[in-house]
Design a protein around this ligand. Structure first.
Ligand code: ATP
Ligand code: MG
Length: 138
């Protein structure tokens, strides 16, 4: 049923749980797992040399988060990764569309500070706009 699964990973405890669920499903369905992580958009007004430095810092931090995600999902039939500029929900929806994924797995909450929220803004946007099933893990 699920052949292409997208895991949205920001390193938060909920996303770590989502990684375990996504990996388990990918194993059961022999699916390709595509892990998506986005870094914060880089402001256009930054000039050189700050621009290059900010880009390097953000992509290096993003690569470290991606390594954590890969370690959490473990051995799978096929794992692909996408490190992209945010906002996260837009990137997740775009990847889901381009890769024609048939399930998106993400956390209900992420790294945001507003712990009272039931649902983070990125999850809310994805669950409202995705064309495929979305599994939110708490
Ligand atoms: P908010 O960002 O609205 O302040 P939050 O951080 O608690 O609140 P979300 O950002 O919506 O909530 O996070 C929910 C889930 O969305 C995460 O568990 C993760 O699966 C996914 N997600 C959030 N940020 C990213 C990101 N930068 N890259 C990939 N996935 C992300
Ligand atoms: Mg967030």
């Amino acid at each position: 049923m699920f052949k292409q699964i997208l895991l949205a990973f920001d390193g938060s405890p909920h996303a770590q749980k989502a990684a375990k669920v996504a990996a388990d499903l990918a194993r059961q369905y022999q699916a390709t797992l595509c892990i998506v992580h986005t870094y914060d958009p880089i402001p256009d007004y930054l000039g050189e040399p700050f621009l290059q430095e900010v880009i390097s810092r953000r992509t290096e931090a993003a690569d470290r988060v991606m390594e954590q995600a890969k370690a959490l999902v473990g051995a799978l039939p096929q794992v692909e990764t996408e490190v992209l500029e945010g906002p996260a929900a837009e990137a997740i929806l775009r990847v889901a569309d381009v890769r024609k994924v048939d399930l998106i797995v993400m956390g209900t909450r992420g790294l945001g500070q507003l712990s009272g929220l039931l649902l983070g803004s990125q999850s809310q946007k994805v669950v409202t706009q995705a064309q495929c099933p979305v599994l939110l893990v708490r």
